[in-house]
Design a protein. Sequence first.
Length: 680
Amino acid sequence: MDQDLFGGGSSKPERKSEMAPATPKPKPAKVAPVPSGEDGGYSAADIEVLEGLEPVRRRPGMYIGGTDERALHHLFAEVLDNCMDEAVAGHATWIEVRLSKDMLAVTDNGRGIPVEPHPRFPDKSALEVIMTTLHAGGKFDSKAYEASGGLHGVGVSVVNALSDRLVVEVARGKKLYRQTFCRGVPEAPLVEVGAAPNRRGTTVAFHPDPQIFKDLKFSPKRLFAMTRAKAYLFANVELRWHCDPELLVGTDAPPADAKFHFPGGLADYLADELKGRPKVIDELFSGSAGQAGRKGSVEWAIGFVSVDEFSRSYCNTIPTPEGGTHENGLRSAILKGLKAHGERVGNKKIPGVTGDDVMASIAAMLSVFVREPEFVGQTKDKLSTTEATRQVENAVREAFEEWLAKDPQRAGFVMDAVIEKADDRMRRRAEKDVARRSATRRTRLPGKLADCTQQKAHGTEIFIVEGDSAGGSAKQARQRATQAVLPLRGKILNVANAGREKVMANQQLADLVLALGCGTGKDFDVSKLRYERVIVMTDADVDGAHIASLLITFFYREMRGLIDAGHLFLAVPPLYKLTQGAKTLYARDDAHRVELLATEFKADKKMEIGRFKGLGEMMPAQLKETTMDPSSRTMLRVMIVSEGEETKATVDRLMGNKPEARFAFIQENAEFASAEALDI
């Protein structure tokens, strides 16, 4: 082409004549040394060429993200991932992790690292090449491993480089081989140490180099969790854990020995994670597509939650804490599935839902297997393989739409939960816009308040509940137009024995005052109350009664006019659920339970009696039916039955800062107490 490298000219190549002279090959330039003093002290001699594993030791952050505790445990992950690759490929059925004071060892019963001489390096075994050479491994062409976590051939060699002692044992061909290394350098050639007729696989035992990781030590709790998590990701492998008992300190230390095998996979994992957490519905949406461990396979488990949402994803069993393209596919599948179902049933709010609302409503586990995946960085925290988005979306969306269609009531709860998040998002955005336009026109409402949509106070009510768990259930059970929910954390300050300064500094009370909008003390103005009814809704037990007492004390001391005007109420949630056949009733307390058993049920038939531990344990539908729905609930209005000093003296005696007064009251009224009344 007759064209300068950066210049213009025709972009079409010219046809050369057969007689055209050949272009002469360029000759290497002869460069004379720069005279001393003119190079600023910078010459060819200053250019270093790092060989072998020296780059890893010089710059460990490039390979494992740093030299902190997370990076230390990444060494374990690299070795464990190699064993998982053997299991996923169908060659290993168990993996054992053993932590001692001196070494961390990981063993599998796979094929074993090849030990014969390497074709390109006949004076070295393949094992030595793998352990001492960057970008050496069996996962580049996908022949030995269809879908693997190791892609660049640097994982185990990096572990070797950053360990002051590493021992590899390979049982292969009924023989046992061993080689030891120190900071990436072989201490001796690979040796055959004896026969191994009943053994096969690889063991890598290593001790991180204190020159790199200083005084950092492996955490048994963290290693245990990482080992356990791997077992959930591939149902065909058993993970075994052993730890020196001397290393197990603290009340939260893991056991010394354990075995993990979870046939249910991610569904088992998520069910275990969600134990005791508030959920919109009990059922999980879980499933899989493709053959587990093979390219293109997808497995998922999703729970719909009101609080504490999260997503954990994996690619080829490698955790991807920063998500990536596979999580984008999941997000898109759930969003499109919800919108399609909402359109079929005529839900007019679902079109306004976004992917952020979806992810804020779910606890999700996702695992994909991809051939030659691409990650962002060597630590593989984020998947960037474009194909994974389509792969996950296609697998999950159709299954999700079928799951929604099978149970319309269940689908309704799910849609309501996501719409609730969308409403919260839009409310927060509106508040920010208002605050930005005029900070003096409106006081910003507490962040945890789920406000009602009706603007006028008439006909509205606010439920004050204890904790995010109960708050999550109440938000699902409420009527959004007229019912607001404000969760408070734990037991509020007892204003009867606290100074004014402490009361004003309390964040819980500040949130409550902001939500009601009517001020306190001398600034109280009942006409500014934002709701017609203020309802205290606590658990039907002693702790719940205590919290209700603290709140009533606050209202009596700081918002007396609210009680006088008849705006303060107590909700009456049930303590028991009584079921006999198809008949279900709820009992407020022990006395009510005895009454219902005697009058409403047959004595000769089997009874199921369940005791609610708290509002957060109740399903939203149950909470709505028993406690929040105006057509079926029972409420108590708080009233002051005696005026003057008598009421004030009673409040001071029971809630003030003199414990001896409370003790005297207990002694005077002990004859009226019973085990049932005291919830013993």
